[in-house]
Design a protein around this ligand. Structure first.
Ligand code: TA6
Length: 293
């Protein structure tokens, strides 16, 4: 089912009682809970709910720019705009609707946006919750009728973890990455799973379509399946940077990890009439860990 939680949020619910909450502000997924009511996404206890600024947590949409590499505000303007419900979305594949609870949102450029980014686009986002509780986000950017334009994109996904020092990521081994902590210099990841002992802010390049984030303590693995998004951004601010963010608790870096399916290294270019689709499916699977010893 889909019902309203105030005028600005849509609640998706599946028959088992799993839920997802989607804000019209920013087109941002604010919550994703499993059938036991456990929250799977991180939101800071100090998050500032003050439109248009994005809430610190959930899944903000970074478009048409990622980070501050460009002339726009950090991560572009999409996450700071009010989206609308798209009540006549162009058809998607039946698999993207059958048996799912979903909502379609639409963002079009305002006059202000066209001043700073003069491209006629439509950004449609479908958020769906499957009968198994998987969360799927499908974004479609269309060049309506203007000149060709290029953009970057990321699903800025704040995963909730029990203890960052007990988390590892599988699927990024041996890949090249740009390190935001070293002027985006390019390095190569070594051969085993990624673990966390300090601040990490990297864009892994040309990643496989499936990435696993293992939370040892909760015996839970997040699985990210992506299409149309070649890169994966991994970010944990750690202690020092946490203290510098007003909308983030000093110790909260221990309970979160951003793993963003993204298109950053090679921006996407659309000619008039062309459309791009970026898809992210998030699943949680119980992971029976063999003991580390
Ligand atoms: O996730 C990568 C990153 O660009 C980090 O450098 C950090 O700035 C993070 O995004 C958060 O950005 P925000 O604008 O949401 O504070």
């Amino acid at each position: 089912t889909k019902d309203w939680n105030g005028i600005d949020q849509v609640v998706l619910r599946n028959p088992q009682g799993a839920t997802a909450k989607v804000c019209l502000q920013g087109g941002q997924v604010a919550s994703w809970r499993n059938e036991k009511g456990e929250e799977l996404l991180f939101t800071s206890s100090k998050a500032i709910f003050k439109p248009p600024k994005a809430i610190r947590g959930g899944i903000p949409i970074c478009f048409p720019q990622f980070g501050n590499c460009g002339s726009l505000e950090q991560h572009g303007f999409a996450r700071n705009r009010l989206w609308v419900i798209d009540d006549n979305p162009p058809p998607l594949h039946p698999n993207d609707s059958n048996g799912k609870s979903f909502v379609d949102l639409l963002l079009k450029p305002s006059e202000e946006d066209l001043k700073c980014w003069p491209h006629s686009f439509e950004l449609r986002l479908r958020v769906s919750l499957s009968a198994d509780g998987d969360l799927t986000l499908i974004s479609r950017v269309r060049n309506i009728n203007g000149k060709p334009f290029s953009f970057s994109f990321a699903y800025h996904t704040y995963l909730s973890v029990s203890d960052i020092s007990e988390v590892r990521i599988e699927g990024l081994e041996t890949l090249d990455y740009l390190d935001n902590l070293c002027q985006r210099e390019r390095f190569t990841e070594q051969g085993d799973a990624l673990t966390f002992e300090s601040e990490v802010d990297r864009v892994y390049l040309r990643c496989p379509s499936v990435i696993a984030v293992l939370d040892h303590e909760r015996k839970r693995t997040f699985v990210l399946k992506k299409e149309g998004l070649s890169d994966v951004v991994v970010w944990n601010p750690w202690e020092k940077k946490s203290k510098s963010m007003v909308d983030f608790g000093d110790e909260e870096y221990k309970q979160m990890l951003c793993v963003d399916a993204a298109a950053v290294e090679k921006p996407i270019t659309l000619k008039p009439g062309e459309e791009w689709t970026g898809r992210l499916q998030l699943l949680v699977v119980p992971s029976s860990f063999c003991s580390e010893q």
